[in-house]
Ligand binder design. Structure first.
Ligand code: C2E
Ligand code: MG
Ligand code: MG
Length: 632
């Protein structure tokens, strides 16, 4: 039995004991009270009859003085009468013989000698009450004795007893109901508390859930507004958590999630809240904290994730991406603040950063962004998209091998919008598909235009990951190329490393079809997706374009130089040509040439420019086109 159960039992037993004890006392008092009352009645009766006996004594002998007129009543009431002389002898009696009465009535006779006037005694287990009164003008005393049967007493005191028992029952009922209602209300309270806990906490990690976070965030914002302080909200999720679930199972995933709360709690103040928003999304609320505090805090969190997590008997490291939003810098509404921190988180993920702070530019839902997005949808029909072309130079022959087509959006109010400012938005909204189809058509028509001017220029087009997943992409593009009459060998498709690796199987089959058609294929921005070159070995690609973030610094950064050199060597070993983009000066060119790089693209040669500017540039430039154009 539990301690609470024992306590309860003890309490009930004590209550019962107390009830019985007081019940008995009350019962006894009530019984005594009834007996005393009856004794006085008997005394009064004796007094009344004594007058009558005194009168009788003047006419009849003592033995007959008690007479019979009252005998019937006496029998009915079980009354015994007797005359006692001064010496204490019973000289006459009714209802019982004097001898018999002398035997069992000895206590009353003794009391009579002591001048008592009423009393009670028990003889042979029988209860007797009596009253005594002197017979006027004689030395006798009249005794009236009542054989008090239990039932008679009970009957006589029935009302009192009912009241007593009723009081006891009520008293007990009150106690019992108090106890029971106490138990029930305590249980209800416990159940209610559990329910409240469950609606505000996450089942798995027992951390506060989104609802409780929202509530605390709203409170923190109210306080901060009054005190003119700030509130920081950090949200983060685990990188590649799906892989953990897929490879080790959901149980292992759960074990990992369970360990996050306790690990973070150690780093935070008591007033900070760690909440689970769902899945592998967590949030940390720092009341009275600004962006700098949030940065300090996220430094600690990132460090904490360096230590491995134990699950299913093995240790595994996991990394996170973080988004931060602060009141009042960004929003004063809890909902919006959470959403903004999530926007920052997506941005951090998309750009392979550990963390990102929210800013309006990142937000796909800011008014500015929404307007830009709706403008973008109309850009195609309004002919606002143009290609700028940047040449690619063959390092050995120093001839122009081709150009990369890079899109620009000529916005009526904003002017020239760069791809970085709308391509991610186009990817997100799905507009990128239409943009890619437009790009293919545009490149084909530009090729034909240049061809008519006797210029043979291979054109490379950037293809997005979404287009690779588009089931109609191959057919539409193949059809366009065939209809245009352009030799597919004059075209090249650039696919980013991350796009290819997103769905390697699908990418391979799409790439194989284009390869079969004769289109050259290259992996763009190589190095940013952390893919090992060996992953690419099964893909039918021709070139690897090293990302400009590695190329631009090879003069100053030894690590970048080593990395670029090894990419070039490895790619050559695997039979790929290497393109370096982002070459801004001669020294970089020379270094790349010395490393064996095949093709160079960058501001050192020229910036991307419109078709007409490119034609103009070509006329004046020392860089010359490669061989004569192949025929249609
Ligand atoms: P990308 O395909 O890697 O293109 C090369 C980018 O590097 C271009 O930026 C180019 O202007 C820039 N660049 C070239 N040489 C240098 C240099 O020496 N120094 C520096 N700092 N930058 C140099 P741009 O035109 O802003 O394009 C950015 C990215 O936008 C492209 O990177 C590509 O991923 C994407 N993009 C551009 N046009 C299209 C398009 O038509 N379709 C798709 N899907 N993506 C496009
Ligand atoms: Mg490119
Ligand atoms: Mg690139």
């Amino acid at each position: 039995m539990t301690l609470r159960g024992k306590l309860l039992l003890g309490f009930v037993a004590t209550a019962l004991g107390v009830t019985l004890f007081f019940g008995l006392i009350t019962f006894q008092i009530a019984s005594d009270h009834a007996a005393i009352e009856e004794r006085h009645l008997l005394e009064d009766l004796a007094k009344n009859n004594a007058t009558w006996v005194a009168a009788a004594l003047q006419n009849v002998p003592v033995a007959q003085a008690l007479g019979t007129p009252h005998q019937d009543v006496a029998d009915k009431e079980r009354l015994l009468t007797a005359l006692i002389n001064a010496a204490g002898d019973i000289v006459a009696s009714t209802g019982v013989s004097a001898t018999e009465l002398s035997e069992f009535g000895e206590p009353v006779v003794r009391a009579a000698l002591q001048q008592a006037s009423n009393g009670s005694f028990i003889a042979e287990h029988e209860h007797y009450l009596w009253g005594l009164a002197p017979v006027p003008n004689t030395s006798y005393r009249l005794l009236i004795l009542h054989h008090a049967e239990e039932e008679k007493i009970s009957f006589a005191n029935f009302g009192v007893r009912m009241v007593v028992v009723g009081a006891i029952v009520i008293w007990f009922a009150v106690w019992a109901s108090l106890i029971i209602s106490g138990i029930i209300s305590r249980r209800l309270e416990a159940k209610n508390a559990l329910l409240v806990y469950q609606t505000l906490h996450d089942d798995l990690t027992h951390l506060p859930n989104r609802r409780l976070l929202y509530d605390r965030l709203a409170q923190a914002i109210l306080v901060a507004r009054r005190q003119r302080k700030s509130v920081a909200l950090i949200v983060f999720d685990l990188n590649r958590f799906k892989d953990i679930n897929d490879t080790l199972g959901h149980q292992a995933g759960d074990q990992l999630l369970e360990q996050i709360g306790p690990r973070l709690r150690k780093l935070l103040r008591q007033s900070d809240t760690v909440a689970r928003l769902g899945g592998d999304d967590f949030a940390i609320l720092l009341p009275e904290a600004g962006i700098e505090d949030a940065h300090l805090c996220t430094d600690k969190i990132l460090k904490a994730f360096n230590a491995p997590f134990e699950m299913k008997g093995m240790s595994l490291r996991s990394s996170i991406s973080i988004g931060i939003a602060c009141f009042p810098q960004t929003s004063d509404d809890p909902d919006t603040l959470i959403r903004q921190a999530e926007v920052a988180l997506y941005h951090a993920k998309a750009t392979n950063m550990d963390r990102a702070d929210y800013s309006r530019e990142l937000d796909p839902n800011s008014v500015e962004r929404l307007t830009l997005q709706s403008d973008m949808q109309k850009s195609l029909e309004r002919n606002q998209l143009v290609y700028h072309y940047q040449p690619k130079i063959d390092v050995k022959t120093r001839q122009i091998k081709g150009v990369e087509a890079l899109v620009r959006w000529v916005h009526p109010e904003r002017g020239m919008v760069q791809p970085a400012d709308f391509i991610p938005m186009a990817e997100q909204s799905g507009f990128i598909r239409a943009l890619t189809y437009w790009g293919v058509e545009e490149a084909l028509s530009q090729w034909r235009a240049w061809h008519q001017q006797k210029m043979s220029i291979n054109i490379a087009i950037n293809i997005s990951a979404r287009s690779l997943r588009d089931p109609h992409f191959i057919d539409i593009v193949t059809n366009s190329i065939k209809l245009s009459g352009v030799n597919p060998n004059c075209l090249e498709f650039e696919l980013t490393e991350s796009a290819v690796m997103l769905e390697p199987e699908r990418s391979r089959s799409v790439l194989q079809e284009f390869r079969a058609l004769g289109v050259a294929l290259s992996v763009d921005d190589f190095g940013t997706g952390f893919t090992s070159l060996s992953y690419l070995k099964d893909l039918p690609i021709d070139k690897v374009k090293i990302d400009r973030s590695f190329v631009t610094n090879i003069q100053h950064n030894v690590r970048d130089a080593v990395l670029v050199r090894s990419i070039i060597d490895l790619a050559h070993n695997m039979g790929y040509m290497v393109v370096a983009e982002g070459v801004e000066d001669e020294k970089t060119w020379n270094l790349l040439e010395e490393m064996g790089c095949d093709i160079i693209q960058g501001f050192y040669v020229t910036r991307p420019m419109s078709a007409s500017s490119f034609e103009e540039w070509l006329r004046r430039s020392p860089w010359k086109l490669a061989d004569a154009p192949p025929s249609f």
